[in-house]
Design a protein around this ligand. Structure first.
Ligand SMILES: [Zn+2]
Length: 167
């Protein structure tokens, strides 16, 4: 551990610290809060910034603000990693406290919300405008005259094609 690092990996906040008008916290968290393996489909590519206002009412802590961070996400289809800049400008979340819970870790809340809100099945052609995924099967639809379409409907549908392939 390098003691010169300007950030922590945990950020304990006590419920008793939260005033009625809300507690404001902003700053930077190290990518290491994610603790993901190098094989994971999500790879943090830099620090996380957060801007949070924290409220507590009746056993529920709510968070409002924004989260940003750079990631490398693995395309679900071709397995290539792509740059992805997460910018959750309207972040909100809540935490239901256990009966005797005195504190919580803000870093853990932020970590979980990133993992929840990042695209769960990213595709490179969806994340990068104009890109075609090299492993995706694109269906090209060709417009046919209506009459012809009706005649060839049987052999044209996907199941028909599959049956032919099986033979
Ligand atoms: Zn791809």
């Amino acid at each position: 551990m390098n003691p010169a690092l300007p950030y922590n990996e945990t950020m304990e906040i006590f419920i008793s610290e939260i005033p009625e008008e809300g507690l404001h916290r902003n700053g930077v968290l190290a990518a290491t809060i994610f603790g993901l393996s190098p094989e994971d489909s999500i790879q943090p590519a830099g620090d996380i910034t957060y801007n949070a206002t924290i409220y507590h009412f009746d056993g529920v802590v709510t968070f409002e603000g924004s989260l940003t961070g750079k990631f490398q996400l693995q395309c679900n289809t071709c397995l290539e990693y792509l740059d992805y800049e997460a910018n959750f400008s309207k972040w909100s979340s809540d935490l239901e406290l256990d009966e005797d819970q005195q504190s919580f870790d803000l870093a853990e809340i932020i970590r979980e919300d990133f993992l929840l809100d990042l695209p769960s099945y990213p595709r490179c052609d969806e994340l990068v405008p104009g890109k075609l995924c090299p492993k995706a099967h694109y269906v090209v639809k060709i417009q046919k005259p209506l009459e012809e379409e009706a005649k060839s409907e049987e052999s044209d549908n996907a199941w028909g094609t599959l049956d032919q392939l099986k033979d």
